[in-house]
Ligand binder design. Structure first.
Ligand code: GLY
Length: 289
């Protein structure tokens, strides 16, 4: 594995969903800001696992996105969030499901990396958040306007390590206690230094039934990031559902695919002077590998 080879890439997404035309620039700008902040971690020689958490925290604080502050409510009118992080160097995974009342679920998931369990849900996740002193949610937060979306990030750092993270309020009006694909390894995300990293957004039940992240990782070495992302989205033909995938190979090449009308995305990389962002895969296509 190379060490400090100067190569780094970070890709974020803000959710696979329809976005009104007048809102698209704002969604792209939010993703660009998350990519800039996460990319700065990598540019300074920081770790991929720190960069993905940092980028997702930015999106969790922006009310347009269905994660953290902007999380939608369940059928009982309560915010229950899912989040996960995965370290491609160690294959360590931390996840929380149906967690309430925290500002940054992704950071609670990050703290789980030091624990034996890979996923805590409901009251158990809440007790763990309290135990680590997680910052409480702002009581005045306003849910994002519907749609099924999630925020996520994948990164490759200058030491050749990859990581993935995701965070979501889930589906608006979902059953209480429902956990989607986001904290399920091989479904909403996966990261392995030997193959690459992937993060998904969209209808969690469809993503989980198709094991989309797992299929991406299996395809990556032979297919490359773009074809692997496209193959995963094509699997939705069997389950139905809308989704988007961001995919990274171990050398920092990336690809994006979705069957939703829009998918807000951004990339930052050592070979770009500033992050590039858009609300459709085609907006970044010229930089795909
Ligand atoms: N992909 C987010 C969810 O279904 O919960």
């Amino acid at each position: 594995m190379p060490t400090d080879d100067g190569i780094w890439t970070l890709v974020v997404h803000g959710g696979a969903r329809f976005i009104l035309e007048q809102d698209r620039a704002r969604f792209a700008a939010g993703c660009a800001e998350a990519a800039r902040v996460g990319g700065d971690v990598l540019a300074r020689g920081g770790r991929a696992i720190d960069a993905v958490e940092t980028a997702v925290r930015v999106l969790e604080d922006l009310p347009d996105f269905n994660a953290g502050t902007g999380s939608v409510r369940n059928v009982a009118g309560i915010v229950e969030m899912d989040a996960a992080v995965m370290d491609g160097e160690t294959l360590a995974i931390g996840g929380v499901g149906a967690i309430r009342d925290v500002r940054h679920p992704v950071s609670v998931a990050r703290a789980m990396l030091d624990e034996t369990p890979i996923l805590l849900v409901g009251d158990g996740a809440g007790q763990f958040a309290e135990h680590i002193g997680a910052e409480p949610a702002d009581a005045g937060s306003i849910p994002a306007s519907g749609g099924c979306d999630t925020v996520g990030c994948i990164a490759r750092d200058q030491s050749g390590h990859v990581a993935a993270a995701g965070s979501t309020g889930g589906l608006e009006g979902k059953m209480a206690g429902r956990v989607g694909d986001t904290p399920l390894p091989g479904c909403g995300l996966y990261a392995d230094d030997r193959a690459g990293a992937a993060a998904l957004s969209g209808e969690g039940e469809s993503i989980a039934r198709g094991m989309l992240a797992a299929h991406i990782l299996f395809a990556l070495p032979d297919s490359g990031p773009l074809a692997a992302a496209q193959m995963a989205i094509a699997r939705l033909g069997r389950t139905g559902g809308e989704a988007g995938a961001i995919v990274l190979d171990p050398d920092g090449g990336f690809g994006i695919a979705h069957n939703s009308e829009q998918f807000s995305v951004a990339v930052a990389a050592h070979w770009l002077d500033a992050p590039r962002a858009g609300t459709h895969a085609d907006d970044l296509r010229e930089w795909f590998t």
